[in-house]
Design a protein around this ligand. Structure first.
Ligand SMILES: [Fe+2]
Ligand SMILES: [Fe+2]
Length: 297
């Protein structure tokens, strides 16, 4: 299929969760880059293969990549080595204390714009896709979430400034409440943002759409991690925490069937208009713990 040169395909993967999440993302990216879609290792690959063969830019949410909470330096470097070019944060992005030491040099990570400015990390970043620029923002929701600054007040001025540089703007809207996500997307679309991709709930929704002939939207992209789990965590600890209402440390599931959820968005980079969004699901089994993956977390 002939592809217009001004159209670029962006793969965005949902919250990478723990070692199993890192393993499945590594293997999915290898399959995509080698166009090895008939590999016997694939249990399921549900995606638009025509666009999957032509990905121009790879990104993911990384807030849970190390043991389910935060991101170590080693794991940041691993995710970049796998081929991820941009990584968005979320409410857990600062959970591993070592991030305070390395984030100043971690130019692929974009942290939430409406969290306290006393926390380190870039709040916006421009990435090159051939001759075009893609601005990436991470925004935290405020409904059923820890308190953060009002994105309603911060974003309009910020987006106007970005539009002087590029019409291509992708926002990871990291939020819990569906109504807040849908309303945010409509509001951001009126400001001519190219993509609003929801994260945080770890469950993929089936409402992908183009709003106003401009903005690619999905309420939640889903996640990358253990398929048979409670959003990446083991059943026993989740049950104890939820049924008894007491603090119980969730532990991330490290082996078994892994799922990678994502979306592929096609943007006309001349206009900043998204023209297509489609969902991706990839499943692979890891019956023993992946010894090639570092065991830090
Ligand atoms: Fe998450
Ligand atoms: Fe989150």
């Amino acid at each position: 299929m002939c592809k217009k040169l001004t159209y670029k395909n962006i793969l965005f993967l949902g919250d990478i969760t723990g070692r199993l999440g890192r393993s499945v993302v590594r293997d999915l990216l290898e399959i995509i880059k080698n166009k090895n879609f008939k590999s016997k290792e694939i249990v399921e690959l549900d995606a638009d293969l025509e666009v999957l063969k032509n990905i121009d830019f790879y990104m993911a949410n990384c807030e849970n990549a190390s043991g389910g909470f935060g991101l170590t330096k080693k794991n940041y470097e691993d995710l970049c080595d796998f081929g991820l070019q941009a990584l968005t944060g979320g409410n857990h992005i600062w959970d591993k204390s070592e991030i305070y030491n390395y984030i100043h040099n971690a130019t692929n990570i974009v942290c939430p714009i409406n969290s306290s400015n006393k926390l380190p990390g870039l709040r916006e970043q421009f990435f090159n896709i051939e001759n075009y620029k893609l601005a990436v923002l991470s925004v935290l929701g405020r409904t059923f979430m820890p308190p953060v600054n009002s994105f309603w007040e911060i974003l309009p001025e910020k987006i106007e400034k970005i539009k002087k540089v590029t019409p291509n703007i992708l926002i990871d809207f990291h939020a819990e409440a569906t109504a807040e996500k849908v309303c945010f997307a409509r509001w951001a679309s009126d400001m001519e943002v190219s993509c609003v991709l929801g994260t945080h709930t770890h469950v993929q929704t089936a409402d992908e759409q183009i709003i106003n002939n401009k903005t690619a939207y999905i309420t939640d992209v889903g996640f990358c991690g253990a398929k048979n789990s409670i959003i990446g965590m083991d059943y026993e600890s989740s049950y104890k925490k939820l049924s008894l209402g007491i603090a119980s440390k969730n532990s991330v599931v490290k082996k078994g069937t892994a799922l990678a959820n994502g979306v592929i968005v096609t943007i006309n980079m001349e206009t900043g208009c998204a023209i297509k969004i489609s969902r991706l699901k990839f499943i692979k089994k890891y019956n023993i713990e992946d010894n090639n993956m570092n065991k830090e977390s």
